[in-house]
Design a protein around this ligand. Structure first.
Ligand code: AHR
Length: 499
């Protein structure tokens, strides 16, 4: 399928915030415990209890920001249970996720240590659903206050004199659901109250994040922006991609058919409409676009792997997930003047994970490789790329989605990166991109591609490299035009660097 496009290399459309490549790790299943935290005494190589292999892999993709402790867990979490000597910390049941014992060994100090090892920003989500204003206020004081106070003294007793200077702080999670089943009017008032006591200490200014809508709940955004917009720096959006329309039978992570492939990508593409419509409502109350939209939970959600705890949300990850990630990043880039952060759910062993672990073993999923291939866009200038997307239809269904979606940016060194996703499970795509404002002859071009040989191609602990990026050479240059042959089911990133 041939398709034409134009890249205006001299037309910058603003910066792509690196936080769009953020992650989310909850006390859920084997994400924190096993996936990240193994404890100081573990035989698995670790630094201060945190797995070395996982930290190394996440640093490779330049993880910019990490959200914690939930999710639904956040509105059940009482932070004081997770500080002090580990042997004295409360043991309790994680009622929301799998009914397992939560020993609170991973708490505030351990999370901040993780962020320090990852060299990423922490994003902490406070408890509105079952917490108090005082509890939230004291957590912020514990994290950020450098003077004399009960909380800074407590922090010192627990081995940390210096405050941490946390910037991103969420005031509740899914308060329309697991975070308290509230109406937007009620939450808007609670938000205004709680955020009052989330104080700035010293030079550190907290970025206050309000709980936003579920998917297409536009009324939630309307009410929140109207009643509390001026008290927030960002509002969140949660949207998950399920192949089926049922939470009882969401669809399988592997072994699916063409309809499930097509439907999953179609649903992932819906992110564009959701962001557009929520942004339009935000524009009404915030035409200057001061308030950011943070998509702090996104990704695929399937039936769990057979034989695993249904509350652990453990699923495999295929080239289909890699494409969901690629098309979603392309959408986030397009909306980068409103979308300032996004956090995939979730980092390790849960939902659309970038890493899976089994004991001391670790594998990188196809989604991980997309994060790696797209990291070149972090903080780069978005360029104007218009590409005829072609049309991908499934049999006689009449429904069509784009065959290809793409994005382009220029980094601080002047290199241009173009990323393209070929959504078709059965056909190559052949874009021809006319480059304006730059001479292709003066550029050295290299490429990398991630493709599947079947729709559910994935990595396993026995075959960890079944889906891995390869060098991409299927391109040609003529008359300042770049012609490409993109394999079926693939994600490709090209680098055009001044010679
Ligand atoms: O990511 C899993 C769960 O999905 C989160 O805990 C919750 O916020 C959402 O419903």
């Amino acid at each position: 399928m041939a398709m034409k496009g134009v890249l205006n290399a001299d037309l910058s459309k603003g910066k792509i915030n690196r936080n769009i490549y953020g992650h989310f790790s909850e006390h859920l299943g084997r994400c924190i415990y096993e996936g990240i935290w193994v404890g100081e005494d573990s035989a698995i190589p670790n630094t201060k209890g945190i797995r070395n292999d996982v930290v190394k892999a996440l640093k490779q993709i330049k993880i910019p920001v990490l959200r914690w402790p939930g999710g639904c867990f956040a509105d059940e979490y009482h932070w004081k249970d997770g500080i002090g000597p580990k042997g004295d910390r409360k043991r309790m049941i994680n009622t929301h996720w799998g009914g397992v014992v939560e020993n609170n060994h991973f708490g505030t100090h351990e999370f901040m240590e993780l962020c320090s090892q990852l060299e990423c920003e922490p994003y902490i989500n406070g408890n509105v659903g079952s917490g108090t204003v005082q509890e939230m206020s004291e957590w912020v004081e514990y994290l950020n206050f450098g003077g004399v106070s009960p909380m800074s003294e407590l922090r010192g007793q627990n081995g940390r004199e210096e405050p941490w200077a946390v910037t991103y702080f969420g005031i509740g999670n899914e308060n329309w659901g697991c975070g308290g089943n509230m109406r937007p009017e009620y939450y808007a008032d609670l938000y205004r109250q709680f955020q009052t006591y989330v104080r700035n200490y010293g030079d550190n200014k907290i970025h206050k994040i309000a709980c936003g809508p579920n998917s297409d709940d536009y009324n939630w955004t309307e009410v929140l922006m109207r009643e509390a917009g001026r008290f927030m720096d960002s509002i969140t959006l949660h949207y998950y991609t399920l192949p089926n329309d049922s939470w009882e039978d969401k669809g399988e992570a592997t072994g699916f058919d063409e309809t499930a492939w097509f439907t999953t990508l179609k649903k992932a593409l819906r992110m564009d409409e959701l962001i557009t419509r929520h942004s339009t409502i935000m524009d009404k109350y915030d035409p200057e676009r001061r308030v950011g939209l943070i998509v702090d939970e996104w990704g695929t959600w399937y039936n769990v792997e057979p034989g695993t705890n249904p509350g652990f949300l453990y699923q495999q990850n295929t080239i289909r997930d890699a494409l969901v990630a690629g098309v979603t990043f392309n959408i986030f880039h397009k909306h980068s003047n409103r979308v300032r952060m996004a956090n995939i759910a979730q980092t390790v062993n849960v939902l659309q994970a970038v890493i899976l672990t089994e004991g001391e073993k670790m594998i990188l999923t196809p989604t991980y490789h997309v994060f790696d291939m797209y990291k070149v866009h972090q903080d780069a200038d978005l360029l104007e790329l218009s590409l005829d997307p072609g049309s991908y239809t499934l049999d006689d269904s009449g429904t069509e989605i784009p065959a290809v979606t793409a994005t382009a940016s220029r980094d601080a060194q002047g290199a241009i990166h173009i990323s393209l996703c070929n959504l078709q499970h059965h056909a190559e795509a052949n874009p021809i991109i006319d480059l304006r404002g730059i001479d292709l002859e003066r550029l050295a071009i290299t490429g990398i591609t991630l493709a599947g040989d079947k729709m559910d191609a994935h990595n396993t602990f026995d075959q960890p490299e079944a889906v891995a990026p390869k060098s991409f050479e299927a391109f040609g240059v003529e008359n300042n035009k770049l012609s490409l042959t993109l394999p079926a089911m693939s994600i490709t990133t090209l680098e055009l660097k001044p010679k």
